[in-house]
Design a binder for this molecule. Structure first.
Ligand code: SAM
Length: 239
């Protein structure tokens, strides 16, 4: 697995600009043309987004807070964050994803502009892999992206994301537990036709170690599971 690590990023970019874009746009959308598994993943992912928003707004409002959404996909998180008043920078390695996120943000954020509440600031969307992000943000969020990379690469990604964050970093990943490892092994014995990319599981201890190496510690944890979707959500802060 790890020996092909260098190619993962190009494979992932290609996937999310083509078949992966079609597949995930559907899963993250609201249309009825999804199968039972996709519907379940849609539910699990929406719970992850919801939990992330709860973590983000637990202590304080997001009004005027700078947030970087690294690997923003179709904007599932960026758009609600903008509605909460955050100043969002949303980036993704896939140009197709960024275009879709921009389109959805325009539809959803400009629609309610006539009411009395302050108008949301449109997220700043950019095609960029998270490794080349720079600048400083109050908060950095990266949901369901690490699953595409082995731990050897995830370490560097986590370190880089932490370097961009002034106050907190929120990450989600597919947890490597005994049970899910078995499930995944079974899945790999019977790969479905649409299985275009590998999925990597990460142990919470490995993620925690990567954070500790750069002086960060985990502050809050959550687990989201449905039948076919599982994610660990962590909030990290400077130690
Ligand atoms: N974070 C979004 C969400 O939760 O709705 C999207 C999750 S989707 C499973 C993974 C996304 O990560 C895809 O849009 C993909 O293009 C993006 N991605 C993968 N590798 C990336 C990288 N190295 N830098 C930035 N984005 C990346």
């Amino acid at each position: 697995a790890e020996e092909v690590g260098g190619d993962d990023k190009e494979v992932v970019r290609e996937y999310f600009n083509n078949s992966g874009f079609q597949r995930w746009k559907k899963i993250y959308g609201e249309t009825d043309d999804v199968n039972r598994v996709q519907k379940d993943i849609r539910l699990g992912h929406s719970k992850t987004v919801e939990n992330a928003i709860t973590m983000l707004t637990d202590d304080d409002s997001l009004r005027g807070v700078t947030v970087c959404d690294a690997g923003c996909g179709t904007g599932s998180l960026s758009i609600p964050l903008a509605k909460e008043g955050a100043i969002v920078t949303a980036t993704d390695i896939s140009a197709a994803m960024v275009a879709e996120a921009q389109k959805q943000a325009e539809e959803q954020l400009l629609a309610g502009k006539d009411d009395l509440s302050p108008a949301p600031v449109m997220p700043k969307f950019e095609v960029k892999d998270l490794e080349s992000l720079d600048g400083k943000y109050h908060t950095v969020v990266c949901l369901d992206v690490l699953i595409h990379y082995p731990q050897s690469k995830a370490d560097g990604m986590i370190a880089h994301l932490a370097s961009l964050a002034e106050n907190r970093l929120i990450l989600s990943f597919a947890p490597k537990t005994f049970y899910y490892d078995i499930l995944k092994r079974i899945g790999e014995l019977f790969p479905g036709p649409s299985k275009a990319t590998r999925a990597y599981l990460h142990s919470e201890a490995d993620v925690e170690r990567a954070l500790q190496k750069v002086g960060w510690k985990i502050n809050k944890r959550g687990l989201i599971t449905t039948q076919f979707y599982f994610a660990k959500l962590v909030e990290a802060v400077p130690a």
